[in-house]
Design a protein around this ligand. Sequence first.
Ligand code: FES
Length: 109
Amino acid sequence: MVKVIFVEPNGTERHVPDAAEGQSLMEVGKANGIEGILADCGGACSCATCHVFVDPEWWERVGPPDDIEFAMLDMVADVAQELSRLSCQVKINAQLDGLRVTVAPASAF
Ligand code: FES
């Protein structure tokens, strides 16, 4: 099991101790009722309602978005930052044990 920390948009820090490898970060957020992870498209990389900001120290291990995800993030450029990822596109693995992300505020998109 992998530990993941979500910071909800209101600043509440939520610790999830039991994320499973192979789950997406979005699935972990939804399963644990994390505020702000709406995932309207169900993980198809087409809604950006699973947007998170990766803590800088985790960015290298999480890695950057691919072209399709990057294009989707461009649609929410009002809130996107250089450490933005769509959590449905981040797969949990053992290297991410302790990962900390902040849920992005709702976008105008
Ligand atoms: S759930 Fe829609 S883009 Fe991630």
